[in-house]
Design a protein around this ligand. Structure first.
Ligand code: HEM
Length: 273
């Protein structure tokens, strides 16, 4: 908070992003004290970074450690979202194509979130509520909903609840509503989920087309590193570095890479709740 106070007093945000400027203006117009604006920026930093980075790590881990799924995802992106210009040797990935035409990739991403989400969306109980005729939530108490328990519960996920199933969220594979907390749930569901998913998907798409990764550990196998429980994040990062060797793939040797964000259907079939 102190560092943000110094930054704001020095008007650092005026050279910052559009987001930084807009947030400052919105708080300032409403007479928010500088120290409280700084507190909001700390929270925003957590929101922006603390989940996106570990979610990206685990998604890559889940794909590279499952070669059959990786091959299928590569094929889907290559066919539906990659645009190759042979003359200029530019390979472009289109985000709208990823979102609209790569359902297997998006379903795999959500399964990765289900596996690694360790958050516990929290609510205050404003009045006595009896759940399911047997659980009394008392007015004035705090309710935590741990994703670890709910993401593996057979009542929501069936007998395969502990298995990594990349097809779980395909439209052709309808699931029972409820039990998915990776982005929280209404009324304060994560407002950054579309942005975060888009950046993770396009970053991952470009890495998996361009590189093979192998673990650099002595056993050279994909053994999940231990979790760091020190950070307030919904997707927990590893507590130790996980070293991997990257080898550029021959398929797109000599290409330059580019990205574009076209409008597409402008809808994103992410699961919440
Ligand atoms: C994969 C990445 C992300 C994950 C897994 C994630 C997850 C979550 C979760 C579980 C919540 C709590 C929701 C609830 O209480 O029901 C939350 C809230 C929030 N997230 Fe995210 N988030 C991610 C990325 C982002 C990004 C990139 C931003 C900002 C651009 C962001 C901004 C926020 C904000 C502002 C809230 C508070 C919403 C409120 O209380 O009304 N998140 N997020």
């Amino acid at each position: 908070v102190k560092a943000f106070v110094t930054y704001l007093e020095a008007k650092g945000h005026e050279q910052g992003s559009l987001l930084a400027k807009a947030r400052y203006a919105a708080f300032n117009e409403r007479g928010t004290p500088l120290e409280d604006i700084a507190r909001q920026e700390v929270a925003m930093g957590f929101g922006l970074l603390s989940n996106t980075i570990p979610s990206s790590f685990w998604f890559l881990f889940d794909l590279y450690s499952r070669p059959e799924i990786l091959a299928k995802v590569r094929e889907e992106i290559r066919e539906n979202a990659l645009h190759i210009n042979e003359d200029s040797k530019i390979a472009t990935i289109d985000l709208a194509d990823v979102r609209d035409q790569c359902p297997f990739f998006i379903s795999t991403f959500q399964e990765s979130l289900r596996f690694h989400s360790r958050g516990a969306p929290t609510r205050f109980v404003f009045e006595d509520v009896l759940l399911d005729g047997k659980y009394l939530l008392k007015k004035g108490s705090t309710l935590h909903m741990p994703a670890l328990a709910m993401h593996s519960h057979p009542a929501s996920w069936g007998s395969t609840s502990t298995e990594f199933n990349p097809t779980r969220y395909l439209k052709s594979n309808p699931r029972k509503a409820g039990g998915f907390l990776a982005f929280g749930l209404s009324p304060s569901v994560c407002p950054g989920r579309h942005f975060a998913s888009s950046e993770i998907l396009i970053f991952t798409a470009s890495l998996i087309l361009r590189f093979d990764f192998t673990p650099a550990s002595s056993s050279s196998s994909w053994i999940a590193p231990p979790l760091s429980l020190a950070l307030a994040a919904s997707t927990t990062p590893p507590s130790t570095p996980f070293f991997a060797k990257a080898a550029p793939r021959d398929e797109y040797k000599g290409y330059e890479w580019d990205f574009r964000v076209t409008r597409g259907k402008a809808q994103f079939g992410l699961v919440i709740g």
